[in-house]
Design a protein around this ligand. Structure first.
Ligand code: URA
Length: 245
């Protein structure tokens, strides 16, 4: 059971304070009956909540695909600098949405954010084999020797990487596929081969692809098939049904 004002606010339909007014004005119904109070408890799995006759769609969790632009931090808050949460509606922050993994400040591309902590945890674990694909522009030209070094599992100063894939794209560019997400990993791997990165963009994470027409700084909610695909790679495919019961 959940508070009515919290559920309505989580849908982004009104703030909690506004819900109080809406209820007083008789504009909110729960299962066809005028809501008695903003803080009344309702069953979030079954209740049909309407505001001015329009049914709200409550999702237990939200999943946001953001095209992270360069220049913003992958963090939930920062005193001085803009974070990825500043690019999303305030209601999502209130729900406790957080980035799944991080991209460096100057890295662009696909960033998943959710308030589904279990899925986020699993998605980042190498155990679930979620490949991340990056497009990199580098100094120099990646070659077959670099490819072999990536495939062998490269030793950096403080850890040895899992085998990774390097796809050659010609002079000054390549694709890198990694399963882990250690700090500055892709930049460090390429730098250790004498090919420092000048531009980095994440194109995909497991089944999620960055849309070509989603501009940097823009976001969208995942489609239900995409959520199911995420749950499937993380061994949580029946999880959504379980938590909703
Ligand atoms: N690897 C990096 O070096 N930077 C990123 O932002 C992501 C992966």
């Amino acid at each position: 059971m959940e508070r009515l004002d919290k559920l309505i606010a989580a849908c982004g339909a009104a703030s909690r304070r506004e819900v109080k007014t809406l209820v007083k004005q008789g504009r909110v119904c729960v299962d066809g009956i005028f809501a008695a109070a903003a803080d009344m408890k309702v069953d979030e799995n079954t209740a049909v909540i309407t505001v001015d006759g329009v049914a709200l769609k409550y999702e237990k969790f939200i999943y946001v695909l953001l095209h992270k632009p360069a220049g913003v931090l992958t963090a939930t808050e920062d005193k001085r600098q803009a974070t990825v949460l500043d690019l999303l509606p305030e209601e999502y922050r209130k729900r406790g949405i957080a980035p799944v993994g991080r991209l460096d400040k100057d890295t662009e591309g696909l960033l998943l954010l959710t308030d589904d902590g279990e899925l986020a945890h699993r998605f980042l674990s190498p155990k679930y084999h979620v490949d991340k694909v990056y497009y990199a522009r580098v100094e120099g030209t990646p070659d077959e020797a670099d490819q072999a070094a990536f495939a062998a599992g490269m030793a950096l100063s403080d850890f040895t990487c899992l085998p990774a894939e390097l796809t050659l794209l010609g002079e000054g560019e390549c694709l890198v596929t990694v399963r882990e997400g250690k700090f500055h990993q892709v930049k460090r791997m390429l730098a250790s081969r004498g090919k420092p990165v000048t531009y980095l963009k994440r194109l995909s994470m497991g089944p999620l692809q960055l849309d070509e027409d989603l501009e940097a700084g823009k976001w969208r909610l995942l489609e239900s098939e995409e959520v199911l695909a995420l749950q499937t790679v993380c061994g949580l495919a029946s999880y959504d049904k379980a938590v909703k019961k």
